[in-house]
Write a protein of this length. Structure first.
Length: 415
């Protein structure tokens, strides 16, 4: 098993803390929320101070849900400020490690691989974490929590589940901690990489804790969920072979990308319809060109007053099936979505391979795959002959759908 010195650092209540620092306030003593005041009492908070969290207020809540006896200040989000602060923190990280050993996971969270630096600094990974976190506080006024582990997974879960219990905000896990600390985690969605959708699917298999998952049949998980199923099994056993350099390599082969800027704000419920419709477009393009994709990517852009977003991809067995794209895209979405209003979606099919050279997944029902492929090709032929809107799903009539309008144009926006 891989054994490195990985730390992951999360900036606590980042947006709210940035606002407090700018105002000379102590986020541990004041009640402040970051939200759009123009949206009234129903506005969703983007962040709240640790002082509010200590009173039981969730970081993502509607203003009217905050008890009336709590007096708090509302400030509008300033993404430019947060991005500037985040850059300051990244520059601090780069004082300690090379950029190849740094993975900026999100605006407020980063992984650092300290393996090749400990001898030079003559410090342990725990001591280095203390030094870096203190440096962040001195230079930016921001506090943080940290997880340490032999791989990225254990470092992340240590931070998510245990770091906040300690005064210095640091938790370190080793492989010896897997059974006593990782396995008891329940519900499953508390585990990094398992979203609500996957949790429900696993619950139907009578898997309710990470221990249940770790002791489940690996081959069955792979048959049901493909590569993700196998990854879930290994992660439940504390095994994660990925390294930070994996995130630095861009696919060399050609790819197809389909993007859409939305005409209104979408959320985690109605955005799934848009994702599904865009997948139809990109899968039709794959089939038309006799290609299959080994990498499925999803990008989400937040509304202008928030800014930012994310893009992540996952390696898969070569596919052009909409069901595969939808399954993996939603898993990426569940893992990385931060709850902000959405205004842009990107679907990517990367590392393309010729259809004829596709490697068969021995765990899949080959007859069922052939049925899906034949159905997809038949639908493509009808649309090619009679127009893109000649055959659409019933969901296209829903208010949040955009497929019919986009089909009237030149097939949407391709990149």
């Amino acid at each position: 098993m891989i054994k490195r010195n990985i730390i992951v650092i999360d900036l606590k209540s980042f947006f709210a803390s940035c606002e407090c620092v700018e105002r000379g306030l102590d986020p541990y003593k004041v009640d402040l929320v970051v939200a759009n005041p123009n949206q009234g009492n129903g506005a969703i908070t983007l962040a709240v101070t640790p002082h509010l969290k200590a009173q039981g207020i969730n970081g993502r809540t509607r203003l009217y849900e905050i008890p009336k006896n709590i007096k708090y200040e509302i400030v509008p989000p300033r993404m430019k400020l947060y991005q500037e602060k985040a850059k300051e923190v990244v520059n601090i990280f780069l004082d300690y490690v090379n950029k190849d050993d740094l993975h900026v996971y999100s605006i407020d969270e980063s992984f650092l691989d300290l393996t090749n630096y400990l001898k030079m600094y003559k410090k342990s990974d725990y001591e280095m974490a203390e030094i870096i976190m203190e440096d962040i506080y001195k230079k930016t006024g921001l506090t943080s929590t940290c997880g340490i582990g032999p791989n990225m997974l254990l470092a992340k879960v240590a931070m998510d589940t245990e770091a906040k219990k300690y005064k210095n905000g640091i938790a370190k896990w080793t492989y010896e901690d897997v059974e006593k600390k990782l396995w008891p985690i329940t519900p499953l969605s508390k585990m990094w990489g398992i979203g609500p959708r996957m949790e429900k699917k696993l619950n139907k298999l009578n898997i309710f804790s990470i221990k249940d998952l770790a002791n489940y049949d690996k081959d069955k998980l792979k048959k049901l969920f493909g590569i993700i199923g196998e990854e879930l099994y290994y992660h439940a056993n504390g095994i994660d072979e990925s390294i930070i350099s994996d995130y630095k390599v861009a696919p060399k082969s050609t790819s197809y990308s389909h993007s859409q800027v939305l005409f209104k704000d979408y959320n985690q419920e109605n955005i799934k319809l848009i994702i599904q419709e865009m997948i139809e477009v990109i899968c039709q393009r794959l089939r038309t060109n006799h290609k299959k994709s080994k990498i499925i990517g999803l990008g989400i852009g937040y509304s202008k007053n928030i800014g930012g977003g994310f893009y992540h991809n996952i390696k898969v067995i070569p596919t052009d099936l909409e069901s595969d794209f939808y399954f993996y895209s939603l898993n990426i979405f569940d893992k990385y979505y931060e709850g902000f209003p959405i205004r842009k979606v990107t679907i990517t099919a990367g590392n393309l391979t010729d259809n004829k050279s596709t490697q068969l997944n021995l765990f899949e029902d080959i007859i069922e795959i052939e049925k899906k492929e034949k159905l997809g090709s038949t639908i493509d032929e009808i649309k090619e002959k009679f127009g893109k809107n000649s055959l659409v799903k019933a969901s296209a009539l829903l208010e949040d759908s955009t497929i019919i309008e986009r089909n009237k144009k030149i097939g949407g926006h391709h990149e």
